[in-house]
Design a protein around this ligand. Structure first.
Ligand code: G4P
Length: 525
């Protein structure tokens, strides 16, 4: 362990926000950045479409649709900590990158709309976090509007996600009468209408002072409820949180910047600093002296004139300095990190140094792939970025049949880069592409045209679902493959995938082949 590096690592918190569209992720992100002084509010609060557009302006289709294609990284300092907030594309820009980003964080904030509770996308993203036991802090948002009973929402988290909850704060009043929050650990109260609440900095007052401050409140009822909460709810347990079994729950309003400060303090105080990462050889500790990193995302065409690629790499250990030489373990080739880029809120700047937990952008011309490991020489590979079963499957239509060969190699390259997944049916039928978000198809189409001169269309496929199949008994797997020949394809790595028309067919196949496993997430080997 190297002490200066260990000190830097201990300061870092690398996290993401998971939520269903419209729960308030963008609003919360802005408020968090405000704490870090990374943005000024006046310049930020814009109409929604416009606001999303300010994030990045790197691709034509992004501009056209007013959404952000990139997973950006926002770095800011607050209270002695360095926070790296990795953005998880949400609305129409939801894609595999959203999932992959979650493999590069050490903790996550789960934002829930207080009126809606757990929604589909939140649940999915949570499952990805659970794969790596990522600790989750929960923020129940929009408390200033009509909301569900807080006990009810916590109960839903416990039941639907099988995740223990503990209230860190408790709301005083509901909906229009939402007055503030009670802090379970300190016993203090913060009020929404406190003048400094706007900056997120409302001071705490004692519960006993509440009546004098706000005569409309039923103090006896509030006190009784708080007593009940303290009695009935689990206490906070750091270890359980760090292991991903228990989530502390905060109540607030991102729009009013209320409760956001408490949330950020909790991430600083309780969320883990960069964790040791598993590799094929050994566990790599973040405070080790030598630099290691893995690539979790590739962004192409940030500058269309240069056909450049930016590989987003998460540092797993040590320190990266500009100009250093790194080894790309997959190819064994050295590469010079001459212009690594750092991301500060919306801006990019060249990084001079970065530490474990940080994310840097490495410009390259297609040499780096998702899942690649970079080291200072050691031949280890991180077991990092899995593949996720597509939710949309399409056949690629190529009007110009003369270009079939070109399409094949273009698709191969796009799949290697992680733009889409490609499945080649073993019966020789045309290749299928699979994505988790429709925007990936748009990106593929634009890139095939711009970079390969290929005009393609997409046709619906008879298949809706794809699952990787395996069996401890090779014969049983072979039998299954032979029996389902027209529904079997190979992925980029030559692994077999079973494609089903719908859930019914999938369940049916599962029942009939109990020795075959069907998985919707494939870990890298
Ligand atoms: P997202 O990124 O998760 O999709 O959500 P976003 O922050 O864009 O918020 C979705 C809508 O919810 C926005 O309203 C936003 O202003 C509102 N919102 C977010 N947090 C709160 C909150 O704490 N309280 C209340 N009352 N509303 C909140 P919109 O009308 O759809 O967009 P806009 O045009 O107002 O930006």
């Amino acid at each position: 362990m190297n002490q200066p590096i260990a000190n830097e690592v201990a300061r870092r918190r690398t996290f993401a926000i998971i939520s269903h569209p419209d729960a308030g992720k963008t609003t919360l992100t802005e408020m968090l950045l405000l704490f870090g002084g990374a943005i000024n509010l006046a310049g930020q609060v814009k109409a929604k479409g416009q606001r999303r557009n300010t994030r990045s302006d790197w691709m034509g289709i992004e501009r056209e649709r007013g959404i952000s294609v990139v997973t950006s990284v926002m770095t800011f300092e607050y209270g002695g900590h360095v926070f790296n907030l990795l953005d998880t594309p949400g609305h129409e820009d939801f894609s595999e990158d959203t999932y992959r980003t979650l493999t590069a964080v050490d903790s996550a904030v789960m934002v829930i709309d207080a009126a809606k509770g757990i929604e589909a996308r939140t649940r999915k993203l949570f499952e990805v976090c659970r794969l790596r036991d990522i600790p989750i802090v929960t923020f129940i948002n929009k408390m200033d509007r009509e909301s569900r009973d807080p006990f009810d929402v916590m109960d839903e988290i416990e039941k639907v996600l099988a995740l223990d909850t503990t209230p860190a704060t408790w709301p005083i009043g509901r909906g229009r009468d939402f007055a503030g929050t009670y802090d379970i650990a300190s016993g203090g109260v913060r009020l929404m209408d406190d003048a400094s609440a706007k900056t997120g900095d409302a001071p705490q007052i004692a519960l006993a002072e509440l009546g004098a401050k706000n005569p409309n409140l039923d103090i006896a009822a509030i006190t009784a409820e708080i007593e009940l909460v303290k009695e009935a709810c689990r206490p906070f347990d750091l270890e359980s949180f760090r292991e991903g079994h228990l989530t502390p729950v905060f109540f607030g309003s991102a729009l009013k910047n209320f409760g956001v400060g408490d949330l950020l303090d909790a991430i600083g105080k309780f969320a883990p600093s960069p964790r040791a990462q598993e590799s094929n050889l050994r566990r790599v500790d973040a405070a080790e002296e030598r630099m290691t990193a893995f690539v979790f995302k590739i962004q192409a065409n940030m500058d269309p004139n240069h056909r450049d690629r930016i590989a987003f790499a998460r540092l797993c250990s040590g320190k990266l300095t500009r100009g250093m030489k790194a080894k790309q373990v997959r190819t064994g080739k050295p590469m010079s990190l001459s212009a690594p880029q750092f991301f500060f809120a919306q801006d990019r700047s060249v990084a001079d140094e970065a530490f474990a937990g940080d994310v840097v952008g490495i410009p390259n011309h297609g040499t780096l792939r998702i899942g690649d490991t970079l080291t200072e020489g050691e031949n280890l590979t991180f077991v990092g970025v899995p593949s996720f079963a597509p939710e949309i499957l399409r056949r690629v239509r190529l009007p110009d049949a003369m270009k079939a060969k070109k399409l094949k190699s273009a698709l191969q390259e796009m799949a290697e880069e992680g733009v889409v997944q490609v499945f080649r049916p073993i019966d020789g039928a045309p290749a299928m592409v699979g994505v988790v978000g429709p925007l990936q198809l748009d990106v593929l189409k634009v890139r095939l045209k711009d970079e390969y001169g290929l005009e393609v269309g997409f046709e619906p496929s008879e298949f809706q679902l794809a699952r990787w199949i395996a069996s401890a008994d090779q014969k049983k797997l072979d039998t299954f493959i032979t029996a389902n020949n027209s529904g079997i394809a190979e992925d980029l790595d030559g692994d077999f995938v079973f494609m089903a028309r719908n859930q019914f067919y999938l369940d049916h196949a599962r029942e009939r082949a109990p020795d075959v496993t069907f998985t919707d997430i494939k870990d890298v080997k």
